[in-house]
Design a protein. Structure first.
Length: 457
């Protein structure tokens, strides 16, 4: 069958009504969910944008050995496999880290279309200053390119990968989308501080505006995803195309006191966020601090509409590296021996009555050491002052661990807001989950430099 994979960056699971009650308007995704297999407990493995894409392309837990950066040439990628199997393969993306600086995430595709402008600076300003209509915004341009591609290649056996950075910041959708959530909106833009929002002088109103613009971008993505599905329906493609929709991570809008997805700060904590820029500093002057991965960041949507399979909801734990072997099995393409994740096809067929592929999942930024340089978040170099914890999720527990001697957190699964750390009350659980984590790292052939400081509590 044909296969279409759509990735929408930074889309929080709990901002979609078919997962949790919310006020976001997304009728096309809601309708798609009713026709799909909905994974209720999907997590990324590697965090955030580029590491997650590395996992999607390789089916591997790349945070254990790769920094944020290019895919090594020896990696076997999903488009490599699909192209060699005879599929017409194309990637279409406005996410800015696919082809710059030799990142190589376009490798293996028959063709690749990059929609420029999402990266801040010259290219962003060049594109946005020429906007005249909604069609000139990034997600619409990406989906419109996909619609044109489908129209030209619908009679071929294809694998199409579509990746839009929206609703990633900067949140600047056409105002009519934002006004659905904030009727008095008048064009304000709020950028996240990537720190404690109160300490950096942000107000509740700032968060309200940011959330409204973010939700507006979700609705814009939904609108254009619907247009792509409409074209596929017109071309009679829905009955022989597997369609997946997913995201890579979420975002903090005040939860846990944070506004951003990692914590970085000006040296010496001299300035608040905007003040540092006024002093002539750049984001590369900021330093990285402990950045916990809570539910708002690591629970992601994953929907799969598979011809011949009934819609259902699945509670079993799955993670984004599972997407590659799943796509390969659906396409009747051999899975390379390098793949570490597991296909979800059996689970899609049997539902939760089938065998769960994962006893637990681990989510982590690329493993890092204090004093080293990290590019994680946006390709900008920053010195690591505090090691960030990974998160291990089981059927019952969520466990946060960074390195030997660092704070440990443990939450019961039903503690959705993760407000009650029960690590001290359950030392035996902490010990068991830490041992599972260390064994996972060892089995993934994690370099010794990273294992050394993580082998003990």
């Amino acid at each position: 069958m044909n296969i279409l994979v759509v990735v929408s960056d930074t889309l929080r699971r709990d901002y979609l009504s078919f997962y949790e009650k919310c006020g976001v308007i997304a009728p096309n995704l809601e309708n798609f969910a009713q026709q799909s297999i909905v994974f209720d407990r999907c997590y990324p493995a590697s965090f955030p944008t580029v590491p997650a894409r590395s996992d999607l392309m390789t089916g591997r837990y790349t945070f254990t050995y790769l920094p944020w950066g290019p895919l090594p040439q020896e990696e076997i990628t999903l488009p490599d496999c699909m192209t060699k199997a005879g599929y017409t393969t194309t990637g279409i993306a406005d996410t800015p880290f696919f082809i710059r600086n030799g990142y190589g995430h376009d490798r293996g595709f028959t063709d690749f279309h990059w929609i420029r402008g999402q990266r801040s600076g010259l290219e962003h300003d060049d594109v946005t200053r020429n906007r005249q209509s909604e069609e000139d915004y990034f997600a619409p341009m990406t989906f419109a390119t996909a619609i044109d591609w489908i129209s030209n290649h619908h009679d071929e056996k294809f694998f199409l990968y579509v990746d839009t950075w929206d609703p990633h910041e900067p949140w600047d959708p056409p105002e009519h989308y934002t006004k659905k959530y904030l009727p008095e909106y008048s064009g304000e833009r709020v950028d996240p501080c990537y720190w404690e929002w109160r300490e950096d002088g942000y107000s509740e109103r700032d968060l309200e505006i940011a959330r409204a613009c973010y939700m507006g971008e979700i609705t814009m993505v939904d609108t254009w995803f619907g247009k792509l599905l409409d074209r596929m329906r017109e071309l009679n493609l829905l009955d022989d195309t597997a369609i997946m929709f997913l995201s890579d991570h979420g975002f903090y809008f005040g939860e846990h006191g944070l506004f951003g997805k990692r914590r970085h700060r000006w040296p010496g904590n001299k300035y608040k966020f905007e003040e540092g820029f006024r002093q002539g500093l750049t984001v590369e002057d900021r330093t990285l601090y402990r950045s916990p991965l809570y539910n708002e960041l690591i629970r992601v949507p994953y929907l799969a509409r598979i011809p011949g399979l009934e819609p259902k909801r699945i509670q079993s734990l799955v993670s984004l590296p599972d997407v590659m072997p799943t796509v390969l099995e659906l396409g009747d393409v051999p899975v390379p021996a390098t793949v570490q994740a597991k296909s979800l096809v059996n689970l899609m067929q049997a539902g939760d009555d089938g065998e769960s592929p994962n006893e637990f999942v681990v989510v982590s930024a690329p493993l890092e050491e204090k004093g080293h340089i990290s590019k994680t978040v946006d390709d900008k170099q920053r010195v690591i002052l505090e090691i960030s914890p990974c998160t291990l999720v089981t059927e019952e527990w969520v466990f946060l661990y960074a390195a030997e001697g660092q704070p440990v957190e443990l939450y019961a699964r039903n503690d959705e807001k993760q407000e009650n750390n029960v690590a001290d009350a359950h030392p035996e659980v902490v010990t068991r989950l830490h041992a599972m984590y260390v064994e996972f790292l060892a089995n993934a052939h994690t370099p010794e430099i990273h294992l050394k400081i993580r082998g003990r509590l």
